[in-house]
Design a protein around this ligand. Structure first.
Ligand SMILES: Cc1cc2nc3c(=O)[nH]c(=O)nc-3n(C[C@H](O)[C@H](O)[C@H](O)COP(=O)(O)OP(=O)(O)OC[C@H]3O[C@@H](n4cnc5c(N)ncnc54)[C@H](O)[C@@H]3O)c2cc1C
Length: 356
């Protein structure tokens, strides 16, 4: 069986981002790479959105960028500006197409459906297939979004609605998220932060229909695309292996308080590319410890006080929006961290800090 210098298990967001990063920086001119991906074909299956706090390779896959966002409670709305760090949405269909087109030009890159088709003993492995622990106490961010189209102009496409908590919370944390791509096209998503012990919150179609028709007051529309997913709000730890690094969700690249993963994946890929020549010796790349610590407390607060979360999220944005965006994107300095912490209800957080 054929041997390779590198193997990437999983040709999704992290696997393809890493292969592309290595390819465009000419790290695969005299090295071989096998990408293991079982899917038969690539099509748009996700929309990756984030505040652009660092450069990335996919500006040409950005569907739209916004400089304004809002957050709603039942009787209050906050309007915020993010011109310095625009909120961007990447079309995964364009992303897959761009990367696969580039990778196929390099004869040193091979594509397989199953790891058993090759020998992996002498290779360095980048694994993006998580081994998810199905513990029923774990929290998830689970959601379903639809892209809708209207005949007449309906949306203000200059501003996104990041979190609309004016909806039934069902003893969890629930909000709607609306990204208007044009005046007559938008992604509307129902999002839950909760344990996934049963399917009682998964009547997504009805939640979305109700929100669009009775909350947005939009009756005449058609659904053109649908995506559904669940982001684990926990990290799985794996024993360190000399010839293997986990990447993507498997590599702990999800910011647990927000679910944002895409830009962390890009930073991890850059780190790997910069260190590829001595990859067996480098320290593990991880989300900074201070965020891991704060997110752990934040998740405990979510778990124990779901009814308080709409107000807590709303208050978080009391200060400068740039500061909050930097904090949520792991780019804040210590003073900025403090200013966020000061906006939080202290006793709830202190109580959870000491709870096991
Ligand atoms: C619907 C959805 C929307 C999201 N939106 C956002 C967002 O807006 N912003 C953000 O920052 N994050 C978002 N995320 C979180 C995160 O960015 C994505 O999950 C991202 O795709 C994670 O990349 P990954 O490479 O770890 O996993 P994936 O992209 O899922 O890639 C894993 C790959 O492994 C393959 N695979 C599975 N089993 C095997 C196997 N046995 N052997 C080999 N390959 C295998 C899969 O087919 C897949 O292609 C979203 C997640 C989902 C599910």
């Amino acid at each position: 069986m054929k041997d390779f210098d590198y193997i990437i298990i999983g040709g999704g967001c992290a696997g393809l981002s890493l292969a592309y990063e290595l390819e465009i920086h000419k790290k695969l001119e005299d090295k071989t790479l096998a990408i293991i991906e079982p899917r038969k074909e690539y099509y748009k299956d996700k929309t990756w959105s984030f505040w652009k706090t660092t450069p990335h390779n996919y500006d040409d896959c950005v569907k739209k960028s916004w400089k304004n966002f809002s957050i709603n409670l039942p009787n209050k709305t906050k309007f915020l500006e993010c011109g310095k760090y625009p909120y961007q949405s990447i079309d995964s269909g364009l992303f897959y197409e761009k990367i696969n087109k580039k990778l196929k030009l390099n004869k040193n890159i091979y594509f397989y459906k199953n790891i058993n088709e090759i020998s992996s003993e002498n290779s360095f492995i980048f694994n993006s297939v998580p081994n998810l622990n199905r513990n029923e106490n774990n929290l998830w961010q689970h959601f379903c979004g639809v892209e809708i189209e209207t005949n007449n102009n309906f949306f203000d496409d200059e501003i996104i609605n990041l979190m609309d908590f004016d909806c039934n919370q069902r003893n969890s944390v629930h909000f709607f998220y609306t990204l208007p791509y044009t005046k007559n096209k938008a992604l509307v998503e129902t999002t839950w932060l909760s344990k996934m012990n049963d399917n009682s919150q998964k009547d997504y179609d009805e939640q979305i229909r109700e929100y669009i028709e009775n909350h947005l007051n939009l009756k005449d529309y058609k659904i053109t695309y649908k995506e559904e997913g669940a982001i684990p709000l926990f990290h799985t730890s794996y024993p360190r292996e000399k010839n293997k690094i986990n990447i993507g969700t498997a590599g702990g690249m999800t910011r647990l308080s927000t679910g944002y993963t895409f830009l962390n994946i890009q930073e991890h890929c850059k780190f790997i590319r910069e260190n590829i020549e001595n990859i067996t010796e480098v320290k593990l790349f991880e989300i900074e410890k201070k965020y891991q610590f704060l997110d752990k407390i934040f998740l405990k607060v979510i778990e124990k006080n779901p009814e308080k979360m709409p107000n807590i999220f709303f208050k978080m944005f009391d200060g400068s929006s740039n500061t909050v965006v930097k904090f949520l994107s792991n780019k804040s300095n210590i003073l900025e961290d403090f200013s966020i912490i000061l906006n939080m209800p202290k006793w709830i957080f202190i109580k959870e800090l000491f709870r096991n």
